[in-house]
Design a protein around this ligand. Structure first.
Ligand SMILES: Nc1nc2c(c(=O)[nH]1)N[C@H]1C(S)=C(S)[C@@H](COP(=O)(O)OP(=O)(O)OC[C@H]3O[C@@H](n4cnc5c(=O)[nH]c(N)nc54)[C@H](O)[C@@H]3O)O[C@H]1N2
Ligand SMILES: Nc1nc2c(c(=O)[nH]1)N[C@H]1C(S)=C(S)[C@@H](COP(=O)(O)OP(=O)(O)OC[C@H]3O[C@@H](n4cnc5c(=O)[nH]c(N)nc54)[C@H](O)[C@@H]3O)O[C@H]1N2
Ligand code: SF4
Ligand SMILES: [Mo]
Length: 741
């Protein structure tokens, strides 16, 4: 009897969001391959997609809540776990106040609709200003520069790779990472097509990466120098009369202010700082300005540095001043079918963004989009006084490995009075918790992507039903979040998450739809949780059926029905200025005052000397941040946590290929295996993050066999981009010497 069923789901493991075809027999996954008919990813997949089977079956993946009693984790029922939280949290809040609690949310939450749309309810119920996330280890600089320029943090200008003639990439390696803040499955195929049309791909990176290897040109840059290079390129545009605004000319404020601000950044003034010759900077600028259609794209390497927001801003200044903003083949904005703030409210104008509405207690770092820098978390736990963090919720995050000075944070976590982790593993971070609440495996969860269609190379709507049923009694993660929120609000543990959700939905409907609220509630009968939220977002969204007024428009049922045929394609990105702007002026703000002011820091630093030897990070296609080293299919093969060192550096430091070396910084020390590599810029060492799986008490049996070194033990939690609060993850001075046993 052939009882095989075929399912289609998008992959939740990275931002590329590839469509998968999953075959199941007798409740077991028998194969995972690319979904050829997927309208968005068109049959692309990387090795990680296949690993969803290993993730689902991983014996170390938690399926039952754990409660720590006398220092030892014991399996518990959900009722027991909630009761333990009810026993400990409300008294603590009553005694020490709301700001004694904190919540931190991590990367996988962006890939689970239940976590993403319900996490805020827990944060609001706690009522604390101590809200942290992996965003301040990652993309906050781009969110801030986009917010300041275009009025909303998810209005990110995306290269139109299918039509461009010239793509300049800085500090990103999409061949390994599959793209970020740019959902672009099969970057390699698209880059090849660009080259086949006669276009050019140019990469700026301190390492000759996999992406650089397929590019038409690659230039090394000193880590942390992108702001200087980009400012010099903008300077050159003005100096050589290459500025043209193109179709957005009537919608741009601040061109003259930018010209004045970049005056000190001549190519000659920045060349040594960047490690790039002045003539090369001029040529890069002329090529960019001269290409019929061009786009500049930059990611992690440019965000996770001291000038992260400035570099992110200057990328879009270049896009704008070369006439490439908001035109086909340039940098365009997606128009997402659901959840996009730049399709909601009054078109063309908005409140813009404000930061610093409150500040971190110890460092004084400003709030950005409601968050404080994650690197402030340890000191906020350690430092006594009003507002000291005593209770922490972690949601899908592993900051002990992911965040600078992880060892300090690990110690701080032990100082907490109470810690709850929503996570699927007992790992380096969650081992410090008092209660661990496991989430469903992605294969047991329905999904619709909230964030990534707002960042996609093409517009689309795809729905993923659950592939396998969840175990009986296993709540969905949004239900867990609602239960925790209810406990924090003193509503007790007995309250039913679904009833709570109904009540909150009724309130939301009243706020959003006023007199039509009753009709919306009636129209969404039978739906609950994020599925109901999704139905509302789709029907009210820019392609929606507007609750029947546009009968051809999208509804949840229509998107669901397209699942087997690969989803709904909503076409190429289109120009959207001015309609998508949400700035108070209704213009693109090319020269936000806070950025011009911060640029003075870079002016002061123009003559700054870069350290001799610095460390940066990297990604490998078979790993994902800190948590996929336990999956056998990905863990096998060559050891990936190696320190890449240029041959000249290896020679001068007496380091041997394959041997161990001690790497020291002002913050810490690790021992790592050396790999001598011509790929590196001399003076720069590359060590990937997410490793260091040797913490006692973690339950990651495969990962523990080859734990690797934690690069974040070398990084300083006090170094941040001051505007966005983003951590500095590269360009940090180190010394290296051969290890003596
Ligand atoms: N040095 C250095 N550090 C870095 C970076 C770098 O480039 N260099 N990159 C940074 C970046 S970009 C990011 S995004 C951060 C990521 O940092 P984190 O937010 O810590 O993300 P992960 O390392 O992916 O850890 C994910 C956690 O979620 C858990 N998890 C996985 N799936 C689920 C699920 O379905 N439900 C629940 N509840 N939990 C789940 C995992 O067990 C793990 O504990 O790391 C940052 N750290
Ligand atoms: N396989 C895999 N895919 C992933 C992840 C993963 O861990 N593994 N993580 C996911 C996550 S959370 C994210 S945010 C994305 C990130 O996606 P990407 O931004 O593409 O990240 P990386 O591959 O780390 O590429 C960053 C590049 O910046 C370079 N770099 C370092 N410092 C500098 C600098 O100062 N200037 C310049 N110009 N370059 C510099 C590094 O050498 C590296 O090549 O990847 C996602 N996809
Ligand atoms: S590139 Fe790989 S990990 Fe990323 S979504 Fe596609 S299959 Fe999943
Ligand atoms: Mo990330």
């Amino acid at each position: 009897m052939n009882d095989t069923t075929t399912h289609h789901r998008i992959c939740p493991l990275c931002e590329a969001c590839c469509g998968l075809e999953i075959k199941v027999q007798q409740g077991k996954v028998i194969s995972i391959r690319a979904h050829e008919a997927d309208v968005f990813s068109a049959g692309y997949i990387c090795p990680k997609g296949v690993a969803l089977k290993d993730l689902h079956e991983d014996p170390d993946r938690l399926r039952t809540p754990l409660i720590k009693r006398n220092g030892v984790f014991e399996e518990a029922s959900w009722d027991e776990a909630y009761a333990e939280i009810e026993r400990r949290l409300p008294p603590l809040m009553a005694q020490h106040g709301r700001n004694a609690t904190a919540v931190v949310v991590g990367n996988p939450s962006a890939h689970k609709i239940g976590l993403l749309t319900y996490f805020g309810k827990l944060a609001r119920a706690l009522g604390t200003k101590n809200v942290f996330s992996a965003s301040t280890l990652d993309q906050m600089p781009k969110q801030l520069s986009s917010g300041l320029m275009f009025g909303h943090w998810l209005s990110v200008a995306l290269p139109d790779i299918a039509r461009t003639d010239y793509l300049l990439v800085l500090g990103a390696n999409p061949l390994a990472s599959n793209g970020s803040l740019w959902t672009v499955p099969d970057f390699k195929g698209k880059a090849k097509a660009l080259q086949a049309r006669g276009g050019k791909l140019v990469v700026i990176d301190p390492r000759r990466t996999e992406t650089a290897a397929v590019a038409d040109a690659h230039h090394f840059i000193r880590p942390n120098a992108d702001v200087f290079l980009l400012a010099a390129m903008v300077h050159t545009l003005f100096a050589e009369g290459l500025v043209k605004l193109g179709t957005v000319a009537d919608w741009v404020n601040g061109v003259a202010a930018v010209q004045q601000a970049v005056a000190p950044f001549t190519p000659e003034a920045v060349a040594a700082r960047c490690g790039i010759a002045a003539d090369t900077i001029r040529t890069l600028t002329r090529d960019l300005a001269g290409a019929p259609r061009a786009a500049v794209y930059a990611r992690i390497g440019t965000c996770t540095q001291e000038y992260g927001t400035l570099a992110s801003w200057l990328v879009d200044v270049l896009n704008t001043l070369t006439g490439n903003l908001d035109r086909a083949g340039g940098a365009l904005f997606a128009k997402s079918a659901a959840f996009a703030s730049n399709t909601a409210g009054k078109p063309g104008i908005g409140k813009g963004v404000t930061t610093g509405r409150h500040r971190a207690r110890v460092s004084g770092a400003p709030e950005v989009y409601g968050e404080l820098p994650i690197t402030c978390m340890a000191e906020e736990i350690e430092t006594s006084g009003e507002g000291q963090i005593r209770a922490l919720f972690t949601v899908a995050t592993n900051p002990v490995l992911s965040s600078p000075n992880g060892p300090r944070l690990a110690k701080a976590l032990d100082q907490l009075d109470f810690m709850v982790s929503m996570d699927i593993y007992l790992n380096e971070t969650t081992r410090h918790a008092d209660v661990i609440l496991p989430g469903v495996s992605p294969l047991e969860d329905f999904h619709y992507d909230v964030a990534f269609p707002q960042l996609s190379w093409r517009n689309h709507a795809r729905y993923s039903p659950p592939v396998l049923p969840a175990a009986p009694g296993q709540p969905e993660e949004w239900q867990t979040l609602l239960k925790l929120a209810a406990i924090a609000q003193g509503k007790g543990v007995d309250i039913d998450a679904n009833a709570l959700d109904d009540a909150q939905f009724a309130e939301d409907a009243q706020r959003l739809f006023g007199e039509h609220a009753g009709a919306v509630i009636a129209a969404t009968q039978g739906l609950k949780g994020p599925q109901r939220t999704l139905e509302v977002a789709l029907r009210s969204g820019p392609y929606g059926d507007q609750w029947g007024r546009k009968p051809d428009g999208l509804t949840l049922a229509k998107v669901q029905a397209s699942n087997a045929s690969g989803g709904i394609d909503l076409g190429e990105l289109q120009p959207r200025i001015p309609e998508m702007l949400r700035t108070p002026s209704g213009k693109v703000e090319l020269a936000p005052p806070s950025l011009l002011q911060d640029l003075q820091r870079a002016v002061q630093d123009l003559r700054g000397l870069a350290p001799d030897l610095v460390i940066i990070g990297r990604r490998d296609v078979r790993t994902n941040n800190s948590w996929m080293h336990n999956l056998p299919i990905l863990a096998k093969g060559p050891f990936r946590c190696t320190a890449l060192v240029h041959p000249q550096d290896a020679q001068r430091l007496g380091l041997q290929d394959g041997a161990l070396a001690d790497i020291r910084s002002a913050s810490g020390q690790v021992r790592a295996q050396v790999h001598v590599s011509e790929e590196m810029m001399p003076g720069v060492v590359s060590l990937p993050h997410g490793w260091g799986h040797d913490a006692p008490g973690a339950q990651l049996r495969v990962a523990a066999e080859r734990p690797g070194a934690n690069v974040n033990a070398l990084l300083d939690d006090q170094r941040r981009d001051p505007l966005s609060g983003n951590a500095v993850l590269g360009g940090v001075a180190i010394t290296m010497q051969a290890a003596v046993a």
